[in-house]
Design a binder for this molecule. Structure first.
Ligand code: 5GP
Ligand code: ZN
Length: 111
């Protein structure tokens, strides 16, 4: 999508360090980290909400979660991590391109 910041990052129009990339997704660090390690897993297909999910997008997200699990060690998250997927206004979603927050690198409190 033309004006989506994450689509621009995926297309390389905004530079980013990619900790992982394949045909389905990229993994970058969040620009405003909320934990010692804070990554964003961004699927390459633009859609905002889980409620927009069809079979194809469900398969895409399934692969993303499988790959996140396989990347745990490489990302320095071997002792555990937290996944957050903010949805819509009340969920605090500021970028309307579905993404998976990965938080870790320390013992997380709260929630
Ligand atoms: P949301 O609030 O939509 O769940 O998460 C969006 C996240 O994207 C925020 O944590 C914000 O810090 C991050 N973010 C916004 N713009 C950029 C950017 O240009 N680069 C990176 N790496 N992260 C961004
Ligand atoms: Zn997008």
């Amino acid at each position: 999508m033309k004006d989506c910041i994450f689509c621009k990052i995926i297309r390389g129009e905004i530079p980013s360090e990619r900790y992982y990339e394949d045909e389905d997704m990229i993994v970058i660090k969040d620009i405003e980290p909320k934990a010692k390690l804070h990554y964003l897993c961004i699927p390459k297909t633009h859609f905002a909400l889980l409620s927009e999910m069809d079979g194809e997008k469900a398969e895409l997200l399934k692969r993303c979660f499988e790959k996140i699990a396989a990347l745990q060690e490489k990302l320095g998250l071997r002792d555990g991590y937290r996944i957050i997927v903010n949805q819509g206004e009340n969920g605090g979603q500021s970028v309307r391109h579905l993404h998976i927050h990965l938080l870790g690198g320390e013992k997380l409190t709260g929630f």
